[in-house]
Design a protein around this ligand. Structure first.
Ligand code: NIG
Ligand code: FE
Length: 411
């Protein structure tokens, strides 16, 4: 496809491209390719032999050294803003305590809530910036960040302000998700409905008024919130014109995914205990399944998400780090590519689709992001690899040579 070459600002030559334009059915490979950028968007791509005439006095031409260009990576599920850490719980779990036991004994999410409430906004920003920098250096150009360690108005807003500032500090697109319904704070012990009143009547209106979130998420689980409470949050979010997501079927099957499908959620995330009916509901609602191999690995889970059935039912599968202090203190999207294949048995094409086009779908930005396609954002990663599957195959040597966000080189 061609647009006027007069508007081109940058041209990458001597590259190979994995467009990811066919979703997870193929890499969409163009070898011996070139790609032009205009006004931060992809303006042309194709075989280098078919490159139209252009003015090389106004276009910056970059030799890609026969490397591979993919869409910039998208981490569509993280909790990177928090105080403290939970290394002590890691030790307890190694001695045999379960994630749920720790949560039920006052540890878990609630212990991070204490540390996050106590932390200053600047301290939260500084610690999250370190995590985000590590993720950016792995090729991430878009990341979703959830609140959910405040569980009171003041701290939830503080977390979302930090998430917003992170997007100003680093050249990354940040999508912010309000996860007020993440856990029950101690001051509402035995009154989950009362806490949900606070979430929908006070927190959510303020979050919207201050324009601090793009989506709303709920932890629908035995140690989180039940179906009726989850539904109240969904309804309130939709009233405020925010999209919805859900943490569901991670530790048990409560039916959270089916409920989310009923309300046209963008995604349901975790899904180890997802039943057949939930899969069907996801297909019908065109939802994305966000799979989190880091949490599966770190909690030493044994029950796999129903990958085979998701695939058979054409549910788009995304992969994310779930970076958080309790269940996945892991900040490497490259490691997730490897674990998606080794632990979840995704093919390398599915794994890469999981951090590009399908991750974009999980965030509702797939009409302009996540594929290499004319008119899409020029968010691109250039890799020193000989074949695309290398991105999933090896881990520990960073093959990223250049990262481009909105048309500009950022690494
Ligand atoms: O996605 N499931 C709930 N939330 C996080 C865990 C948060 C925590 O343990 O701090 C998750 O795994
Ligand atoms: Fe999570």
């Amino acid at each position: 496809m061609t647009t006027s070459t007069a508007s081109w600002t940058t041209l990458y030559r001597n590259i190979n491209i994995a467009t990811m334009d066919d979703g997870s059915s193929s890499y969409g490979i163009i070898e011996h390719a070139a790609l032009a950028i205009a006004a931060g968007k992809i303006a042309w791509l194709g075989k280098e032999s078919e490159l139209p005439e252009f003015d090389n006095k106004t276009v910056e031409v970059i030799d890609g050294n026969n490397g591979w260009l993919t869409p910039g990576l998208i981490d569509c599920h993280t909790h990177i803003v928090y105080g403290g850490n939970r290394a002590n719980e890691f030790e307890l779990r190694l001695q045999g305590a379960s994630y749920e036991e720790i949560a039920n004994n006052g540890g878990g999410i609630v212990s991070t809530v204490n540390a996050t409430r106590q932390a200053s906004e600047q301290a939260l920003f500084d610690s999250a910036l370190k995590r985000l920098t590590a993720m950016h250096q792995q090729g991430v150009t878009t990341i979703e960040i959830k609140s959910g360690y405040g569980l009171n108005l003041e701290t939830e807003l503080k977390m979302l302000r930090v998430a917003t500032r992170l997007g100003e500090a680093l050249p990354l697109t940040i999508k912010r998700t309000f996860l007020g319904a993440h856990a029950l704070p101690v001051e509402f012990k035995n009154d989950a409905d009362g806490y949900i009143d606070l979430v929908v009547n006070e927190m959510l209106p303020q979050v919207c008024k201050q324009n601090l979130a793009d989506s709303v998420d709920v932890f629908c689980e035995g140690i989180g919130f039940n179906l009726a409470q989850t539904e109240r949050v969904f309804k309130a979010a939709l009233d405020h014109k925010l999209s919805i997501k859900v943490h569901a079927e991670q530790l048990s099957d409560l039916g959270g995914t089916e409920l989310a499908a009923h309300y046209q959620a963008l995604s349901s995330d975790h899904l180890e205990f997802l039943p057949e009916s939930g899969i069907k509901a996801m297909t019908q609602a065109n939802m994305t399944a966000v799979l989190l191999p880091g949490a599966f690995y770190f909690l030493r889970e044994t029950k796999l998400p129903p990958i085979e059935q998701l695939r058979a039912n054409n549910v788009a599968m995304a992969i994310a780090t779930d970076a958080n202090p309790g269940s996945s203190p892991i900040h490497s999207i490259q490691l997730m590519l490897n674990m998606a294949c080794t632990l979840f048995r995704l093919t390398p094409v599915e794994a890469i689709a999981g951090v590009t086009c399908n991750a974009a779908k999980a965030l509702g930005i797939d009409h302009h992001c996540g594929k290499i396609k004319v008119g899409f954002d020029a968010d691109l990663a250039l890799w020193d690899i000989n074949q695309v599957a290398e991105l999933c195959y090896q881990f520990g040597v960073n093959p990223l040579v250049r990262l481009i966000q909105q048309g500009k080189r950022v690494i």
